[in-house]
Design a protein around this ligand. Structure first.
Ligand SMILES: C[S@@+](CC[C@H](N)C(=O)[O-])C[C@H]1O[C@@H](n2cnc3c(N)ncnc32)[C@H](O)[C@@H]1O
Length: 150
C-alpha cells in the first residue's frame, strides 16, 4: 500500500489475504499507522518514497494500492512513478488508484497506458465523508501481452 497514511481499516482488510507492505515517505504518518495497527501479523511498514522503489524486487506485489497518493506528485514525476509501480507489480497484478476529481485523471490514464498497464476500470463516485466529495477510481492491470516500452 503506497502512501499508507492512516488507512488502518484498509490494512486490516488486506492483511487477511497475504502480506501487506505499507509504505509512506512521512515518518510521523508511518509511526502513527504502526501504533494504530498494533501487532497485526503479515504487515510490514517501511519509510519509502513511492518515487524510488529500488529496494523492492521486480514483480514482488500482486496488488498495489495508491489511494490519494498521486495528488502529491508533480505532473513531470507521474510517468516515473508508473514505471516504478510497473516494475514491482507482478504479471497479472493490479494497480488501483483513487483521487479527488480535481486531479488530472486523463493524464494519469495516459501515463499508465504508456507505461504498459491496461486500464480495466475507470469509475467516478461520491464520498460524503471526504472534504472533496467527488472521486475517481482507476484500476490498471499488468498483462503479459502488454509490453513495457523499456
Ligand atoms: C491523502 S493521504 C492518503 C492516505 C491513505 N492512503 C488513505 O487512503 O487514507 C496520502 C499519504 O501519502 C503519503 N505520501 C505522499 N507522497 C508520498 C510519496 N512520494 N511516497 C510515499 N508516500 C507518500 C503522505 O505522507 C500521506 O500519508
Amino acid at each position: 500500500m503506497s502512501g499508507v497514511g492512516l488507512a488502518i481499516t484498509n490494512l486490516r482488510i488486506f492483511q487477511s489475504f497475504g502480506t501487506v507492505v505499507a509504505i509512506d515517505r512521512d515518518h510521523g504518518m508511518l509511526q502513527k499507522a504502526k501504533e494504530e495497527a498494533g501487532d497485526l501479523p503479515d504487515l510490514e511498514f517501511k519509510l519509502v518514497d513511492a518515487r524510488h522503489l529500488g529496494e523492492f524486487e521486480k514483480e514482488s506485489f500482486d496488488y498495489i494500492l495508491a489511494l490519494g497518493l498521486f495528488a502529491y506528485f508533480h505532473m513531470h514525476e507521474v510517468d516515473a512513478v508508473f514505471s516504478q509501480f510497473w516494475r514491482v507489480c507482478r504479471q497479472e497484478g493490479y494497480l488501483m488508484l483513487t483521487n479527488a476529481t480535481m486531479h488530472p485523471k486523463d493524464a494519469y490514464i495516459k501515463s499508465g497506458l504508456e507505461c504498459g498497464f491496461e486500464l480495466i476500470r475507470d469509475k467516478e463516485g461520491y464520498c460524503p465523508a471526504a472534504s472533496s466529495k467527488r472521486r475517481y477510481l482507476l484500476v490498471f492491470a499488468k498483462r503479459k501481452e502488454h509490453s513495457h516500452p523499456d
